[in-house]
Design a protein. Structure first.
Length: 246
């Protein structure tokens, strides 16, 4: 989880409503799930991964997370139609290998997101010191945008590089800061709900730009960064895995 998210937990600044006025329509995977929870910071460890509910944003509504395994999980989330990220339910794999010693690191995913709301299906990748955050937006919809140092006259974020072909996909790349750490956002030009990403190649490309030096790959997270999902929407991760060597 992000340090800003952990700070919110430590200060106790967010409380979820006791119940929702809408009834939950469970997804297929949720019906017979091995684990589920409506707790704000619920977590479940399985197969060397940890799944987090991670409802951390201001003004957040209720969210129920379920999982059959680290690879197959999802949430029902009811977030108001306001700006700002409300939650980042995700599955996390801790790597802990120096980039210079990393011989490979790839990840595959397959999701079924809703057709409405505002969110992105994204990787959130961290170095071991939480100084650098690399987000790989695989698909998104609604009123969302990457963190950026610069914006155009229309208020839209300005990429620092376009049509970068690396890691098995083509991206528009943005640089910025959330106030606690540097953020590099890679937005896939051909949005997709499934695929494989060469994470090591992306990290080495960032290093080749001089944006960071010798780092250790810490956590590889994948999930849904949800801004709004009025009346409640289902976000399903059908499969997710991380493989690495080093």
């Amino acid at each position: 989880m992000k340090r800003t998210k952990l700070l919110g937990l430590a200060l106790g600044i967010l409380a979820l409503p006791a119940c929702s006025k809408h009834s939950m329509a469970p997804s297929t995977g949720q019906v017979a799930a091995n684990w589920s929870s409506s707790a704000q910071y619920a977590s479940w460890s399985n197969g060397g991964y940890t799944i987090y509910n991670d409802v951390w944003g201001s003004g957040a509504g209720p969210q129920v997370i379920w999982a059959n395994s680290y690879s197959n999980w999802g949430v029902w989330s009811e977030q108001p139609n306001t700006s700002g990220v409300k939650s980042f339910p995700n599955s996390t794999k801790t790597v802990g290998v120096a980039l210079s010693s990393l011989t490979s690191c790839t990840s595959s995913f397959n999701v079924t997101p809703p057709g409405t709301g505002s969110y992105e299906s994204t990787y959130d990748i961290w170095d071991s010191n939480n100084a650098y955050e690399i987000m790989l937006w695989m698909n998104w919809t609604g009123s969302v945008g990457p963190i950026s140092y610069t914006y155009n006259s229309s208020g839209q974020p300005t990429p620092v590089a376009t049509n970068v072909n690396v890691g098995g996909h083509t991206w528009n790349v943005y640089k910025g800061s959330n106030g606690s750490n540097a953020v590099f956002s890679f937005l896939c030009t051909s949005q997709t709900n499934s695929g494989t990403v060469d994470i090591r190649a992306i990290l080495n490309w960032i290093k080749s730009q001089g944006w960071f030096g010798s780092i250790t790959l810490g956590k590889v997270q994948f999930g849904f960064e949800i801004t709004s999902s009025p009346s409640g929407l289902n976000f399903d991760c059908n499969s997710y895995s991380v493989s690495y060597g080093g």
